[in-house]
Structures are given as C-alpha cells and as structure tokens.
Design a protein around this ligand. Structure first.
Ligand SMILES: C[S@@+](CC[C@H](N)C(=O)[O-])C[C@H]1O[C@@H](n2cnc3c(N)ncnc32)[C@H](O)[C@@H]1O
Length: 218
C-alpha cells in the first residue's frame, strides 16, 4: 500500500475521516448502499454463515451487513486507530458479543487454520501493486477460511476501466482482470465461484470475487 495512504489510515484524524467518508454526502451514502448490495450478493453466493472474518475492517462499515448472515464477526485491521473507530461504531454489536476486534495484518492473522466459515477481504488488494503482497494475503485468507473467501478487487475489464485507459487517466488503484485474479488465487487452493459481482461498470471499478476453498492442488 502507498506509504502515505497507510500513514493516513494509521492516524486518528485519518481513521475518523474514513469513518465519515461514506456518510459525507448523499452521493457517498448512495454509493455505500450500492456497494453493500454487491457485498450481500457475494455473501449469498458464498453461502456465508457461522463465524466470519472481516479483514481489513476499516471503521467497521461491513460488519452489520455480514451479521445479516453470520453469527459472529471478527473485525481485523492493521491500524489501531481504525480498529478504535470500528469499536465505537459497532459498540452495540460488541456489547452483545456479536463482534470482536483485533489489530493485525492480513498477511499474519492471529487465528488457527479453518477458524472461519468465510473470510471477507474488502478494499485491500487494489492497494497492492506487488503480486507477492497479494499472494501473502491470499495464503492467509485461504488458511483461516474453511469454505469460502469473498474478496474485492479493481476490475480492469469494467467499462470505467476501459474508458480510463482510453483517456490515459492515471489511477491510484491497481487493477486486475478476473483471469489474472483467478490465476493468482489458484496456487492457494481457491476456485472461483461464478463471475465477479460488479457494481455498475460505468461508474465503478469495484468488483467482488467469491472463491471456494479447496485443498491446493486438488
Ligand atoms: C480502503 S480501507 C477499507 C476498509 C473496509 N474494508 C471498508 O470497505 O470500509 C483499507 C483498510 O486496509 C487497512 N490495511 C492496510 N494494510 C493492511 C494489512 N496489511 N492488513 C490489514 N489491514 C490493512 C487500512 O488500515 C484501512 O483500514
């Protein structure tokens, strides 16, 4: 991840700003609602239930949606400031014991093999330009999830991506084709379940891929 962006996520002010980002204007609220719709579609396709990992959790905006299907959510982020924002935002869920929070990195998770039904990784790997960084995240997600992983990426095949390429727009996101994503996930025993779930391809690069977890090489 870009060190400047990571520094912002680690700061109190940056974490507070990220928490407010999706409520700042009607257009942000609409975009958050639409994004949560594709998260729901992906979770339905994954058949998510039981205990679910949300990493990175940021300020905790996914947890209420995950709890529509999960019994318990463990929220993990490398930034302590973000985890504090999430703890505050999710206080009623934390008090009920539905959510627990941890500070840890996605490539070194403090959990045992197969601790989760589904591991959700939303809005992380598009920040990773180095395939080896993504490989470490895939490996950890595949290790801790028994059944499925649900991972977002910036889709290089959307209409927005194609239009940006034509116009030579410089992006601060690392885009992948679904085929490249599948090829990177395969060595970790991750088999794509259907096509990516996409937001309106004209307005967004965000797509979510569901993978079944099988034995590597099976
Ligand atoms: C764009 S935010 C997404 C947060 C959340 N998934 C959402 O959609 O609101 C990216 C988050 O990734 C976290 N992050 C960056 N590198 C990480 C890593 N290696 N492990 C865990 N979290 C990381 C940042 O602290 C930040 O909270």
């Amino acid at each position: 991840m870009d060190p400047k962006l990571l520094e912002r996520y680690h700061s109190q002010a940056g974490a507070a700003a990220y928490r407010g980002k999706y409520r700042r204007s009607w257009i942000r609220r609409l975009s958050h609602r639409r994004e949560m719709q594709i998260v729901r579609r992906a979770l339905r396709r994954a058949g998510t239930r039981g205990v679910v990992l949300d990493c990175p959790c940021g300020a905790g905006r996914l947890a209420p949606v995950l709890l529509e299907r999960a019994e318990h959510v463990r929220c993990v982020d490398v930034s302590e400031a973000m985890v504090e924002q999430a703890r505050d935002a999710l206080a009623p869920f934390v008090e009920r014991g539905d959510v627990a929070l941890h500070v840890a990195s996605a490539d070194a998770l403090p959990f045992d093999d197969g601790d989760f039904d589904t591991a959700v990784c939303h809005r992380l790997i598009h920040h990773m330009a180095d395939p080896e960084d993504r490989a470490r995240v895939f490996a950890e997600m595949a290790r801790v999830a028994r059944r499925a992983i649900v991972i977002s990426f910036s889709d290089d095949t959307t209409r927005k991506a194609r239009s940006q390429r034509r116009r030579g727009v410089k992006r601060n996101r690392h885009t992948l084709t679904p085929q490249a994503l599948h090829a990177e996930a395969a060595p970790h025993g991750l088999v794509p379940k259907g096509d990516p779930v996409r937001l309106n391809g004209m307005t967004s690069l965000v797509a979510i891929q569901v993978f079944d977890v099988v034995e590597p090489g099976a």
